[in-house]
Write a new protein. Structure first.
Length: 172
């Protein structure tokens, strides 16, 4: 995955200078800028605008950003990869989470979980996943009858009533 390779490259550079959180902040601000101004990404990917003009524009627009981040954006321009910036930012965030022993978990439930339920699920997952911290993203899935389904790093823990019914059905 190209985004993962680029994210790993800037992450390794950031680690050398102990700037991983600053770079993450730069990613977040830049992604926010692109969401608020979608035409800006079009400018940065438009083939008739020279790479030098794009770089000059970035340098003028992102004053105060880390030099490593600016140089990284220049590499994306040089390699025509600026269109991958959202995927790269997401992959970088995942690297930060792994480095900090934080696990992001999508928790599917039939209804929105209460704060108390989220805390119970969080503590259970911290123990089960042997993580320092678990960040819960509660997603309501009305197709679930009850229980929860937790998805993290490509793995699933299915504790839903649907899964239990399916298990009973298979055993009959």
């Amino acid at each position: 995955m190209i985004a993962g390779e680029y994210a790993k490259a800037i992450f390794d550079l950031a680690l050398e200078g102990n700037r991983e959180e600053l770079i993450n902040d730069n990613f977040n601000l830049f992604v926010k800028l692109l969401h608020e101004n979608p035409d800006y990404l079009k400018v940065l990917t438009y083939p008739r605008i020279s790479d030098q003009e794009k770089k000059d524009n970035i340098r003028n627009t992102l004053k105060g950003f880390e030099d490593i981040f600016i140089d990284f954006l220049f590499v994306l321009i040089d390699h025509k990869r600026m269109s991958n910036i959202f995927d790269i930012a997401y992959a970088y965030e995942k690297l930060i989470e792994i480095d900090n022993d934080v696990v992001s978990v999508d928790v599917y439930s039939a209804q929105k979980l209460t704060i108390k339920q989220i805390q119970v699920v969080q503590q259970s997952l911290v123990n089960r996943l042997n993580a320092q911290r678990v960040v819960i993203n509660n997603i309501v899935d009305p197709t679930l009858i009850g229980g929860i389904k937790a998805v993290y790093r490509g793995k699933t823990i299915d504790l839903s009533v649907n899964a239990k019914l399916s298990a009973i059905k298979k055993s009959l």
